[in-house]
Design a protein. Sequence first.
Length: 338
Amino acid sequence: MKRRPLALAAGACLLALAACDSGSPAADSAAPGSQAPSSLPAPSVQPTGCEQPADGPFKVGLVTINLQALFFNQINAAAQAMADDQGVDLQIISGNDDSVTQANAIDTLVAGGVDAIIVDAIDTEGIKPSVQAADAAGIPVVAVDAIVDDASIDAQVGTANSEGGAQIGQALLDQSGGEGEVGIVGALNSTIQLERQQGFTDAVTAGGMTVGTVVDGKNVQETAQSAAENLLTGNPDLQYVYATGEPALIGVAAAVRGQGAQDRVDVVGWDLSDPAVDGLRDGWITGVVQQQTFEFGYRAMAAAIDLACGNPVERDQPVPTEIVTPDNVDDYTFYLED
């Protein structure tokens, strides 16, 4: 296949608020290679802060989706760094990719009387009763990554899912000339990945491309790989594949390599990983939407501290996305440093 350069500039900004999502099999500990870098970029924000209570430091709970994906561990690492710098006691709890487990964790934090809660919601609708209970108890809640559309949320920190999908879709249109069929490896159990899928689909079909088979990777790397293998086997003439999250893109990368399909398939998707970087350098992964994960953690923690202090906080806090291409990939490998 003749490849055209992906027409997207690095650092392109999406100024609407939404979310980015990754995932992996549920577990209580981080998977090998998923740890955040030991050297973090500097935060762009700091909390106004206040004098902490005489009986001890503020207590903040961060309820994440899982502790396996590099994406979430980078958010956690930045939040922990700011908490340490500000003398705040941070408790990080994994939802283990289960919305009930995540809701129960919030309920436990409320019962424990924490001063603020940060949540990266698995199910943005299902989490509402728990965040409403926190609000009723006078505990402020910051939604990071995934948008929770509810009045009980005091601050939203994230980037735009649907717009990001549309942006990478437009890039694929520029590459393909508006011709060809694209298959999708998605996560049908993820609100935010469905938004990415819809934004992408709307963009590429409006530009003349056809969306073919959609397979469900369930936000689990091994499942995504199996689904991608079936997608490629069942569609031997497929030219393009879109992956809606980190596990999906890693799974697609493994499937493409396993079938020796690098010369016939171009791939676009979300979230850097070592396999994604290898594919970018080889040229058959042509674009990856990258979120500023560390900035998510910093901004969410700064908002949580200021809310605990009773300081005013901007409710919507959009964080720009960045587009990684074969031409600029070396500028973004710091996201993968140990």
